[in-house]
Design a protein around this ligand. Structure first.
Ligand code: PLP
Length: 430
């Protein structure tokens, strides 16, 4: 699954003890395993190889330019949702011709930037956006390539905040309207400036069953066939991302399981396939290391008061997400055989792992059985590689954590720790 392992009572990232990294780079600290990132990317690439897909890693998941560079070297293109993400991809040497650009509210400035760079695909989320793209492409003297993001009204069976393919969400164009959008656009003047050649759908995130994909892709293919019947040729199908990562043990499916269901549906269609995985690649490739500042009792609870919390990893507060947490150096007696929810160890105590933020939503875990941890102890928050650092903030004016990338026995700082000067820099000379 990943290359974070306990050996003789100590946590290692690949070949390096995590405690040594925390000493060297300080806490809070995001640590990523390059081997895990590569392994997960390759699993997907190999499972879906029969489709020869363009794999666009979803930048929002973990957007450090060093990680983008690593994945670019593996062969990835990129899925973007903002001009800022395009900027990051360019910084990392990514090829715009291997990028797709979704996002419900793209600004004119972002569209102009993307047009100037020549993206592979604009994933259009509304009729007005399509009209605007045609207008801006004409202005720039370019012909854009685009897909309509359809909303297939499929329940991805995930947290409601991560479901994007249901009718009541803001994403995409309802399937019933999509055919009309293609037909009307084909007959419009805008068609000179936009090649509307694709169907896109992304139904949600942390999806752990194949059925929602089968339903969504089947509906998308029905649309492609209907359009073909009307003389509108669709050449590209982008089925988005959403493959789940492992948070609790035994939960996520492997790439083969998704491929077994999807490859037979898509093979032989002649369509160019795009996919946009994020969490599957990065989720288990990162941990957040935090130091316990104090331990205290409050009411009937016991709190581990840490130097990291919802401002660095918001998933527990936002989605009620489970992240496995365990001491970095628990000793042999507390070395878990595997990382699963509620692993029973004699001698553990029930604690809430909380951060320094002035909000009662500031927790990383509640009611956890952990080995006794004292002031100064280090905790590892697992499966923090996706939607961790990218959703971090400077709330309460805590500078952002540092990020380190480990490859075998080598550790590289890939983002320095934020400073107090960073906090106020944009407010100077205004
Ligand atoms: C359009 C789009 N594509 C891909 C993704 C990546 O999803 P995941 O990280 O679940 O693979 C997202 C995330 O929400 C998205 O909005």
């Amino acid at each position: 699954m990943d290359l974070f392992r306990y050996r003789q009572g100590r946590l290692y990232c690949e070949e390096l003890p995590v405690a040594d990294l925390a000493r060297r780079f300080g806490t809070p600290l995001y640590i990523y395993s390059a081997g895990t990132l590569r392994r997960h990317y390759r699993k997907l690439a190999s499972a879906f190889a029969p489709l020869k897909p363009l794999i666009c890693y979803s930048v929002k998941v973990c957007s450090n330019t060093h990680i983008l560079r690593l994945l670019r070297e593996e062969g990835a293109g990129f899925d973007l949702v903002s001009g800022g993400e395009l900027y990051r991809v360019l910084e990392a040497g990514g090829d715009p011709a291997r990028c797709c650009f979704a996002g419900v509210a793209k600004t004119d400035a972002e569209i102009r930037f993307a047009l100037a760079k020549g993206l592979r695909l604009f994933n259009i989320e509304s009729e007005e956006e399509l009209e605007n793209l045609a207008h801006l492409a004409a202005e720039a003297g370019k012909r854009a390539r685009a897909a309509v993001r359809v909303n297939p009204n499929v329940d991805p069976k995930t947290h409601r905040y991560m479901a994007t393919g249901k009718k009541e969400t803001k994403f995409g164009v309802d399937l019933e309207r999509a055919e009309r959008v293609f037909r009307q656009f084909a007959a419009s003047a805008g068609a000179r400036h936009v090649s509307l050649e694709g169907v896109h759908c992304h139904i949600g995130s942390q999806i752990t069953t194949v059925e929602p994909y089968v339903q969504a892709v089947t509906k998308a293919l029905d649309l492609v066939r209907a359009l073909g019947g009307a003389g509108i040729e669709i050449t590209t199908l982008d089925f988005g991302g959403g493959f789940g990562a492992e948070y609790e043990g035994g939960q996520a499916l492997d790439a083969e399981a998704f491929a077994c269901a999807l490859v037979p549906l898509l093979e032989g269609t002649g369509l160019e396939i795009v996919m946009e995985p994020g969490r599957f690649i990065a989720g288990n490739a990162g941990i957040l290391v935090t130091q316990v500042q104090y331990v205290k009792a409050g009411g009937d609870r016991r709190f581990l008061l840490c130097d990291s919390g919802m401002h660095h990893l918001i998933r527990p507060a936002l989605y009620g997400s489970y992240h496995h947490i365990w001491p970095v150096d628990p000793g042999e007696d507390f070395t878990p055989a595997q990382r699963i929810r509620d692993e029973a160890f004699p001698g553990t105590e029930v604690v809430d792992v909380v951060g320094p933020i002035c909000e009662s939503s500031d927790f990383l875990a509640k009611d956890r059985h952990l080995p006794p941890v004292r002031r100064g102890g280090l905790l590892a928050v697992f499966s923090a590689g996706a939607y961790g650092m990218t959703m971090a903030s400077e709330y309460n004016s805590f500078p952002r954590p540092a990020e380190v990338l480990v490859e075998e026995a080598e550790a590289r700082l890939i983002r320095r720790r934020g400073t107090y000067e960073d906090l106020v820099a944009p407010e100077k000379d205004v």
